[in-house]
Design a protein around this ligand. Structure first.
Ligand SMILES: NC(=O)c1ccc[n+]([C@@H]2O[C@H](COP(=O)([O-])OP(=O)(O)OC[C@H]3O[C@@H](n4cnc5c(N)ncnc54)[C@H](OP(=O)(O)O)[C@@H]3O)[C@@H](O)[C@H]2O)c1
Length: 266
């Protein structure tokens, strides 16, 4: 297993940690952490979150909370983080950590049965952006503010996509959401040169999300691209992409705020 990437006691928060890439990131990154570190896992499905927590080293304190991130307010997010910290080590818990890491992994694909011209429902747009753009941005601000003024190393990882920089037919919600979300993290990186920010694009990965796209996408050209990936065994496992993610983090060969893809040379 990969050696230490972060030093000392770490507070690691992973969103969308109940399955897929987020679960694997939590498990693999968790296995690199020093004992006594704290991990907070967020998603809706509590049973699956428990499954992730059960797979993590017993030397860590692992907390998980069922939360719909498309609906949670900044106050609710703050309360979840404070609750995990206090349960772990009391009132001044935020001072215990040497490094903090947040992985904004949560995501949904959106309605891939529509072309851009048919995306005319304001409510759907709002709902989609609530989860995929606004919630990572708000959580990021809340998380950073918990540790404001502390002499602590900060790492922010946004799980982005090639779809954030390249348009695909009938993926207007997903592509535009990924682009907006990534640009927020680029602005955040520019404003905060002391924070290590990585926009990691994991490649096509065998998860429920990929199945949803392949099954439902309405545009024939895009459908063919996804079918071809599957048929020619070019879909990655979560193990493969998370290993590369750790290699990228360890190599530190990127500029803070960069978009780094699975297929990029290190
Ligand atoms: N798979 C790919 O090929 C691929 C490629 C490029 C980028 N990505 C990105 O990688 C990230 C993870 O995707 P994945 O493929 O692992 O997808 P996934 O298997 O569908 O997992 C999505 C995660 O997000 C959580 N989630 C969804 N809606 C939520 C909500 N309203 N509130 C809280 N949590 C919610 C889900 O948990 P619950 O259902 O328990 O809430 C789950 O843990 C996403 O940002 C995705 O865009 C994936």
């Amino acid at each position: 297993m990969t050696g230490k990437i972060f030093k000392g006691k770490v507070f690691l928060l992973v969103t969308g940690a109940s399955q897929g890439i987020g679960r694997k990131i939590a498990e693999v990154l968790g296995s690199t952490l020093e004992s006594g570190s704290l991990v907070l896992l967020l998603a809706r499905n509590a049973e699956n979150l428990k499954g992730t927590a059960d797979n993590m080293p017993k030397t860590l304190a692992v907390e998980y909370r069922s939360v719909d991130l498309s609906k949670a307010t900044a106050e609710e997010l703050r309360s979840i983080i404070d609750g995990a910290l206090v349960k772990d080590s009391g009132a001044d818990a935020a001072s215990k950590f040497d490094e903090i890491v947040v992985v904004h992994n949560v995501g949904s694909i959106g309605d891939v049965t529509k072309f851009a011209v048919d995306m005319t429902d304001f409510d759907y747009w709002r709902q989609y952006y609530d989860l995929n753009v606004f919630s990572p941005a708000v959580l990021n601000g809340v998380f950073m503010n918990v540790f404001k003024g502390k002499n602590i190393k900060r790492h922010v990882i946004n799980i982005t996509s090639a779809c954030g920089i390249q348009p695909f037919n009938s993926m207007g919600y997903y592509c535009s959401g990924k682009a907006a979300r990534e640009m927020y993290f680029k602005v955040f990186a520019k404003e905060n040169p002391d924070v290590n920010v990585l926009n990691y694009s994991p490649g096509p990965v065998d998860t429920e999300m990929l199945d949803t796209v392949t099954d439902n996408i309405v545009d024939p050209t895009t459908k063919e691209i996804f079918k071809d990936l599957k048929e020619n065994e070019r879909v990655l496992t979560t193990d493969q992409t998370v290993k590369k993610f750790l290699d990228i983090l360890s190599s530190k060969k990127y500029e803070s705020g960069d978009h780094v893809d699975y297929y990029d040379e290190l």
